[in-house]
Design a binder for this molecule. Sequence first.
Ligand code: HEM
Ligand SMILES: CC(=O)Cn1cnc2ccccc21
Length: 290
Amino acid sequence: IVHIAAINKDRTIDDYQRIYNKIAEKIREDDEYDGYIGYGPVLVRLGWHSSGTYNKENNSGGSYGGTYRFKLENSDPSNNGLQNAAQFLDPIYKEFNWISHGDLYTLGAVCAIQEAQGPKIKWRPGRVDLPESATPENGRLPDAVNGADYVRKFYARLRMNDREAVALTGAHCLGRTHLKNSGFDGPWGAASSSFTNEFFINLLNEQWKLQKNAAGNKQYDSPKGYMMLETDYALIQDPIYLKIVKEYANNEASFFKDFASSFQKLLENGIDYPKGAPEYIFKTLDDQDM
Ligand code: HEM
Ligand SMILES: CC(=O)Cn1cnc2ccccc21
């Protein structure tokens, strides 16, 4: 399967910055969502899940076709809760319906990270809506009740190495788990809407106890009321991952640099960009004094 980015010469960075600004202003406006965590984290998760179906073996899945918009994909149990992000983006799509769904889902995630004071993420347009028949089957997204070997193998399918896998998991500094969505129980207290290296610091500094939550699923809980999934905790059980976790806990700039490149790679998996295809770095609302 080959997906070639469609270059639309009529659209410039200004057109995409306008959509970015609309999303960023709406994140600021709709601040009450999920106990005042806001929509940032769930927008990041939508961008990640619409890309995480990619399989390097046959270059299938991934963000290109915007197939999350179809029932088969958006009703995948792994996607429980992402309806909130899709509903958030609905009015934006209605106003700017020249954009493809794949470009919108990934642009929304880039916007959410940058507006959470995270790193600037390079973004390239050109994803093209594919028909429902192109929707990947359920089951390609990762399960949280697994260890390091599973994590390494899962990320290899997305062409990610150990550093990229650890960096990407650092997005769990944002938002929280919700029992009704995933069967994991996250604390409101510790949930954050700012993008930092705190996930790695907490992983190393808290005492973690493996226990069954109210849904009977195993997760790690700390005295401060933080939680980690088993796939999170795997990052300090595996010696190779542990070394990288320590680096990112001690050097936020290194985490930001690696996250920015890994997240762009994740969002572009499966897409061939022609030579000279435009690549944008959007300004935050703060950069524009808005
Ligand atoms: C082994 C890989 C991963 C597993 C098993 C996993 C699992 C989960 C689970 C179970 C939740 C809770 C969902 C809910 O209950 O609402 C969650 C939330 C989240 N995940 Fe991951 N995740 C993984 C990797 C990633 C990656 C690569 C990113 C982004 C780069 C990411 C970003 C997020 C965000 C931002 C949230 C919070 C969403 C919210 O607050 O609504 N995750 N993840
Ligand atoms: C605040 C907290 O629970 C940090 N955290 C730890 N693992 C997480 C997975 C998804 C979302 C947030 C996560």
